[in-house]
Design a protein around this ligand. Structure first.
Ligand SMILES: [Zn+2]
Length: 334
């Protein structure tokens, strides 16, 4: 069985020396609704999206040179908050949020201004707010141009306000803010970066997780520890299982391959993989997913899985944080 010292050697600078048990574990029991991805997309009203054959074939090194992308085409309406997925760069997603009653519109994590402007023009909308989950350029690259063009306000994490371009309103953990008639709750979710936040809209059952939680994955630990990231993921996991998860990247297919390498007998995962592969073959997004589904298939949320622990050569006495750290380490080398 791998010891903490062995994991520390494998993982290098992952700060495993600071790893300790975290009491707030994900609650895997009590999934209230099991919704397949395809079924979910039908339920929430996904419309057609043109094939994006060049997207997956585009080398990652070209990412920084591509500033415009295909137009949006996935539309989800939850309650009165309309959520529009906007593909950007190679595999980023920005999201338009529109309150039709209050006539207020926001964008989450605009990597580039062009695709967002195109999406707003197509809907005949202006822009009031820019919401940033964290400071990385592929989540804030459109801030300056969008703010200038629409006189929009930039909203971001208090803990990282000095690194959010053009920030106007900084919000701290636990604070609420309103987008039109919709309350937004702010959760500090450090780990990927030290000032990462997650935006949760309870009345729409939607959470915007940036680069903290992906479908079948989680963000790399650039500025935080495994313990911080596990704590952040555990916070998100406490939201209702039916919560729709909108993350910052389309990494689902490659994440699924890694997940299967750890849990090849996980039936829910194998079934989900087929759906994801089919969607990607058609150039369709795999987002949103749900928290309930992720708890059954995302290896970063499954430290209690005996199959996963065995694949990582971890003993049953390894803590949830130790198991999470081992999964993150294995993914970094996958
Ligand atoms: Zn990032």
């Amino acid at each position: 069985m791998a010891t903490l010292a062995q994991l520390s050697l494998l993982c290098g600078p992952m700060s495993l020396s600071r790893v300790s048990a975290v009491n707030r574990a994900c609650k895997f029991a009590g999934v209230r609704r099991t919704t397949g991805l395809q079924q979910l997309l039908q339920q929430v009203g996904v419309v057609e999206m043109p094939p994006r054959p060049s997207q997956q074939a585009t080398p990652r090194h070209m990412k920084s040179t591509q500033t415009r992308c295909r137009s949006y085409s996935t539309s989800v309406v939850t309650s009165r908050l309309q959520i529009e997925l906007v593909p950007c760069l190679v595999d980023n997603y920005a999201y338009l949020l529109h309150d039709a009653n209050a006539k207020v519109t926001a964008v989450v994590d605009p990597s580039a201004a062009g695709p967002v402007i195109d999406a707003l023009n197509a809907k005949g909308l202006s822009l009031n707010f820019i919401l940033n989950t964290h400071h990385h350029w592929d989540h804030t690259g459109g801030n300056a141009e969008l703010k200038r063009k629409y006189n929009a306000k930039v909203v971001g994490p208090r803990a990282d306000e000095e690194r959010i371009p053009e920030i106007d309103i900084s919000l701290r953990d636990g604070q609420t803010w309103k987008l039109g008639e919709h309350v937004m709750q702010v959760l500090d979710t450090p780990g990927h970066t030290r000032g990462h936040v997650t935006f949760y809209f309870p009345d729409s059952g939607a959470v915007f997780t940036g680069d903290t939680l992906f479908s079948l994955g989680c963000g790399r630990l650039f500025e935080g520890t495994a313990e911080q990231m596990w704590h952040s993921l555990s916070k998100i996991c406490q939201l209702p299982d039916e919560t729709l998860v909108y993350c910052g990247h389309e990494y689902t297919l490659s994440n699924a391959k890694f997940a299967i390498s750890l849990e090849p007998k996980n039936e829910a995962l194998l079934s989900h993989y087929e759906k994801v592969a089919q969607l990607r073959r058609k150039g369709l997004p795999t987002i949103p997913t749900t928290l309930g589904e992720e708890k059954k298939i995302n290896p970063f949320l499954r430290p209690s899985s005996a199959e996963l622990r065995k694949a990582l050569n971890l003993s049953s006495s390894a803590t949830d944080v130790e198991t999470f750290a081992a999964v993150r380490c294995a993914k970094d080398r996958f």
